[in-house]
Design a protein around this ligand. Structure first.
Ligand code: SAM
Length: 358
């Protein structure tokens, strides 16, 4: 349910206000579906594949991880069917993620088909940028104009250490190409890791003074294999902000409706902005408008809770659109009020990041 904040000047008589029709959870209000906690669900994130061309130390276990076979992935037809049904329930925005979405075969053909779904107004992509220089133009033609690019360091050698691949120059070329082509916004996602890249926070933030980029610092989250989590590397958004003080005061920027959970700020006169995504230190669960479709076709209503609905099973055993609709509504109604993950190791999220998509 949405809240209307009406402002009246004291001189004017109060106009009679018709109270909004109460919306039952699981029913659409206008175009949007609400959950049990009055959050309207309008955003679906889709992990297109769990495969990735990088091996980030905090995301992929050292011993490697078991990858899904191609028949275990939802097919493009299956994903398109789920998206059509989800859009009929009020989903307006889709983000393609992974794994690395650009490594899945025929991804451009899929994106074109996605862009033809009536009612889907916003399609975005999260990529590690390794293949971006080659794909950027075609992505734009296919219907994507907004990109999130993950980049945890500005130093080529450190990039290799973090990701296991010597590809910094390719990512930087991808970012430059996207800039040239006019993608907007371009957001760079940096997972903040103490002792790994915290000496570069200032360098990243400084980029926003002259470049129209949004630099987003993401708090490290305990997700997946316990070996990936190191409490000692966690650094809160508050601490990151402290580190940026030498660049001057940060002024808050008003969020737009489709903006995600990042709190956005700007240095005076800067071309770009700085965002903080703080799932651990500042839960934003009360504003969460997301559903996630994992690469093996499970619907997940909270990134940090392992509760999932197996849509693939239903899709492959002849479920009708109405039945799939019912499963999506049920997942929304079961969306947890909030997560319980803390840096101390409370809560649990054992799902593999590459299958969930972040
Ligand atoms: N391959 C694409 C990419 O690199 O952007 C999309 C998938 S990746 C899993 C999505 C995002 O999740 C990336 O920005 C990545 O840095 C972030 N991520 C992965 N593991 C994380 C963790 N434990 N805590 C916080 N962010 C994480």
């Amino acid at each position: 349910m949405t809240t209307n904040h009406e402002h009246h000047t004291p001189q004017q008589p109060e106009a009679p206000v018709t109270p909004p029709e109460p919306v039952l959870p699981g029913h659409t209000q206008g175009e949007r579906l609400t959950d049990m906690f009055a959050r309207s669900i309008s955003y679906l994130r889709i992990s297109l594949t769990d495969h990735c061309n990088l091996r980030c130390q905090y995301c992929t276990p050292q011993e490697g991880q078991i990858k899904l076979a191609s028949e275990e992935l939802l097919s493009y037809e299956e994903i398109l069917r789920v998206v059509r049904i989800a859009v009929s329930l009020g989903i307006e925005k889709v983000r393609l993620t992974g794994g690395e979405p650009l490594v899945r075969r025929d991804v451009l053909v899929f994106i074109k088909a996605l862009a033809e779904i009536p009612g889907l107004t916003d399609i975005r992509l999260t990529t590690n940028g390794v293949l971006l220089a080659d794909y950027a133009e075609a992505l734009q033609k296919a219907g994507i104009s907004k990109l999130n690019i993950s980049l945890d360091t500005l130093r080529p050698e450190r990039f290799r250490q973090i990701t296991g691949v010597d590809a910094f120059d390719r990512v930087w070329a991808g970012i430059s190409k996207a800039r040239e082509l006019g993608f907007s916004p371009i957001k760079l996602n940096i997972v903040a890791l103490k002792g790994v890249n915290d000496d570069e926070f200032i360098d990243f933030a400084r980029l926003t003074l002259t470049e129209p980029l949004q630099i987003r610092f993401i708090e490290f989250m305990p997700i997946g294999a316990s070996a990936l989590w190191d409490k000692g590397k966690y650094i809160s958004s508050q601490e990151i902000m402290e580190r940026l003080k030498p660049l001057g005061p940060l002024e808050p920027v008003e969020a737009k409706r489709m903006d995600g959970p990042a709190r956005i700020y700007r240095f005076a006169g800067a071309a770009g902005s700085v965002g903080f995504i703080s799932p651990i230190s500042h839960h934003f669960c009360d504003r969460c408008n997301r559903l996630r479709l994992t690469s093996e076709g499970r619907l997940r209503s909270c990134l940090l809770s392992d509760q999932e609905t197996d849509l693939r099973k239903s899709l492959r055993s002849g479920a009708t659109d109405e039945e799939i609709r019912g499963l999506i509504v049920a997942a929304i109604l079961n969306k947890p009020k909030g997560h319980t993950i803390s840096p101390e190791g409370g809560g649990s999220c054992h799902g593999q990041m590459s299958r969930i998509g972040g």
